[in-house]
Design a protein around this ligand. Sequence first.
Ligand code: ADP
Ligand code: MG
Length: 259
Amino acid sequence: MSAISVRDVWVEFGDQIVIENLNLDIASGSFVSVVGPSGCGKSTFLRLVLGQDRPTRGSLTLDGQPLRDEPDADRGVVFQRYSVFPHLTVLGNVLAAYELGESRFAARLFGAKRRAAIEKADDLITAVGLAPHRTKYPSALSGGMQQRLAIAQALAKDPKVLLLDEPFGALDPGTRAQMHALLKPLWARLGMTVIMVTHDLKEAFGLGTRVIAFDKTRHDPQAPGRFGAKITYDLDLTRDSPVPVLGFLKPPAETMAAQ
Ligand code: ADP
Ligand code: MG
């Protein structure tokens, strides 16, 4: 189980209103793609779910429990920019993800715990296709390989929720396609709930079981920061009915009425 519930959430920075009265339920095990114009609050939303930011008002729960304010093992995250440690090998990077969580004070694992962590790290490294590169440093890896490593790191603690913020945005189309082929079976096998922000609609529809669009609800030239983004479109791709892809640009009447 890893259902997320967002209730009456507002995010304000000073006199900016970024997210306005957001209500959302995300089913356990779903793959939610989040799209929307630049600067409308998508990353802010992910940081809320990650526990890096707190809502100004409202609440978020994971399986009915209030989300903890700090990122923890329940939630893994991959950003667009490579977040791997340059001074550690591939194996060292994945092990670091275990060590940082496991032994808060010593920050090193020893003995049987370390051997178990190495075994798990090697399984993950194999799962993301980096087994031949396990002793290489990030500077010797391509962009796609570094993102594979970032995914392995994010998965190290068996997160219930994987958060992806434009994870493939910096990759060339061929590498991006390889990453899609990697991610979809991993998600299906691990049974995580995934929330992925992307600019690429094909990616959003190709990977997601649900696509939600955030957009600004106000365009006030006097107060451009008080745009108050909301969900303006919400599409369940698992429904039996044909997917109204063209409807993407124009929300259907019932969605509008429900807002
Ligand atoms: P997106 O990811 O959709 O491009 P963001 O969530 O990064 O958008 O940003 C939404 C808005 O919130 C922007 O106007 C940004 O300047 C503002 N914002 C985000 N984080 C902060 C912060 N920590 N302090 C002040 N303003 C912020
Ligand atoms: Mg962003």
